[in-house]
Design a protein around this ligand. Structure first.
Ligand code: ASN
Length: 538
């Protein structure tokens, strides 16, 4: 028992002397799909008990020790937290062990049957478990996987932790399969890399979820992200993350979800040579239709039809309040007003969907329409801009620098640390302007700039880092979050700012936090600890 820990370094020294291997918690959410399927007389069908059947017998997933069941949020409400059997991996190359449980949905689906109810169930499960786990893996069939990835990317708002979806083309239970590698990669990414996005991990590649699309019904290489390079590639040697492409929440708001997408009130229509205005009108007159994704030719062109009939039908629907979004049928490239037919669509009030995939456009439309207070104007406006990195906006300035020109990350981190220690925000800004990725970079003791700023004198520096999208969830070598350090130092404004940005105490910190609580009760209370109520922060 220590009582007075005020500097991150004290924590590290204490922890290293204990010879502790940090544990990262990952919740695996099983929704169904080929990955869990078994043969039956009716063909492949989803089977239960994935953890016992597939993971427990494999040394990659099981260090052979008996572990206590872990807390998992199963339902909403005060009695919604139960305990599930857990396993732990051996120590990874990153020096961590991954403790995990598998939460299986009551009904395991072939993913061709998923709809917005299933997406709501996944989003709610993540919300219930957000504070209990460091990352999430969602196991899902491949057929509609790109739709689910896209839908979740919008539904999970201000996401600060990795949510990695995967599945397989061949069941885990088959001798030659892609399930083992896909699962291992997904768990590794969720446990070790602070990529606060909904991603798809498949065939040794990590894609931004809302950029992905299924391109093969049989190959292991089943997915592609045609308009965005992968976020990471996994090889036998290492995992290389394109950190400059990772998007992060830059609004200081805590994680929340939007459920019940309007998927039943939108449609997708592929234009083809010979399509008639009557056919398009029939779709646009579907009862309660609120939005349509129009898959057009090339850079956004549609046949004008006899006497411009098609455009009249479309313009009329826009007038009735239906949001129509134009995306291209091509696998790569973008809709833009290059040709007259595309321009005319724009004049009819059709929104240019840029380089969004069909999956992203459809689920984004359903999400925007479900937002409280949504109007056709607000939906049309937001369809044309990137809200989760789902489309390429050309106006943004991209900073890049030739390698070799800058000093080493260690030198730069030292400069940031010096800036934080002396309350010199300009110095911090100067260094991060060259390489904003440094904001999440740990130093030798695992402290990121946010850890340092959490106990620094300048609240403005902490706010600046959070506004850049720096993570509040990374733990230092002593497994401490920035929030823990701020509360322990009794810095209430820092605690409140971190909470506003979605920080919470980690499960592993709760027992120590409870021990310290009597000394700075207000700071710990603001940090979310129920002071005097043992370790319940939920
Ligand atoms: N039909 C399966 C599904 O999407 C396909 C798969 O997972 N490979 O559930």
């Amino acid at each position: 028992m220590d009582g007075e820990i005020t500097s991150p370094m004290d924590e590290v020294v204490n922890d290293m002397s204990a010879g502790h291997v940090p544990e990262t918690r990952v919740l695996i959410i099983m929704t169904g799909g080929t990955i869990c399927m078994q043969k039956s007389s009716d063909g492949l069908v989803p089977a239960r008990n994935f953890l016992e059947r597939c993971m427990a017998p494999r040394p990659e997933f099981n260090d052979g020790h008996n572990h206590d069941p872990i807390e998992v949020g199963l339902h909403d409400g005060p009695n919604g937290v139960g305990r599930l059997q857990s396993l732990r991996t051996p120590t990874s190359v990153y020096g961590k062990r991954v403790r995990y449980a598998v939460l299986e949905f009551e009904e395991l689906l072939d993913s061709s049957s998923i709809d917005s109810r299933g997406w709501t169930q996944i989003a709610q499960t993540i919300q219930r478990n957000y504070k209990l786990f460091d990352g999430f893996v969602v196991l899902h069939g491949t057929d509609s996987l790109a739709y689910t990835c896209s839908a979740l990317s919008f539904m999970l708002q201000h996401l600060g932790k990795p949510v990695i979806l995967t599945g397989s083309q061949v069941p885990f239970a088959e001798r030659k399969n892609d399930a083992l590698d896909n699962l291992m990669d997904a768990v590794d990414v969720a446990a070790h890399f602070m990529i606060p996005e909904v991603c798809l991990c498949f065939n040794s590649t990590l894609f931004r979820g809302n950029r992905s699309t299924k391109i093969s019904a049989s190959a292991f290489d089943a997915f592609a992200s045609p308009n965005l390079p992968p976020l990471a590639r996994i090889t036998a040697v290492d995992t290389t993350v394109a950190w400059n492409m990772v998007t992060r929440p830059t609004t200081l708001q805590a994680f929340s979800i939007q459920t019940d997408l309007e998927i039943h009130h939108v449609a997708c229509l592929r234009i083809f040579p010979g399509i008639t205005a009557k056919m398009v009108d029939a779709v646009l007159r579907t009862e309660n239709l609120r939005g349509l994704v129009l898959e057009t030719f090339g850079a956004g062109n549609a046949p004008s039809g006899h006497d411009n009939e098609l455009f009249k039908v479309i313009a009329d629907a826009v007038q009735r309040g239906i949001v129509i979004v134009n995306i291209t049928q091509c696998l790569t490239g973008s809709v833009n007003p290059l040709y007259a037919p595309g321009m005319v669509l724009g004049r009819a009030g059709v929104v240019a969907g840029g380089d969004m995939t069909s999956e992203a456009a459809l689920t984004k439309l359903s999400y925007l329409l479900a937002l409280p207070g949504a109007t056709p104007e607000s939906v049309a406006r937001d369809m044309a801009i990137s809200i989760r990195g789902e489309l390429t906006e050309n106006s943004g300035i991209i900073f890049s620098h030739p390698t070799g020109e800058l000093s080493s990350p260690v030198t730069q981190l030292t400069a940031i640390a010096y800036g934080i220690a002396s309350g010199d925000i300009d110095r911090v800004k100067d260094v991060l302007r060259n390489d904003s990725q440094l904001m999440n970079r740990p130093d030798y003791s695992g402290n990121t700039p946010v850890h340092l700023a959490a106990t620094g004198s300048s609240l403005a520096i902490l706010r600046y880092l959070l506004g850049l999208g720096a993570s509040v969830h990374i733990r230092n070598n002593a497994s401490r979050t920035p929030l823990f350090l701020a509360a322990n130092a009794g810095l209430i404004p820092h605690v409140m700012l971190l909470r506003q940005a979605g920080a919470h105490l980690h499960q592993e910190e709760l027992p120590t936090a409870s021990l310290h609580a009597s000394q700075r009760p207000e700071a710990w209370k603001q940090a979310g600890l129920e002071v005097g109520h043992d370790d319940k922060t939920r």
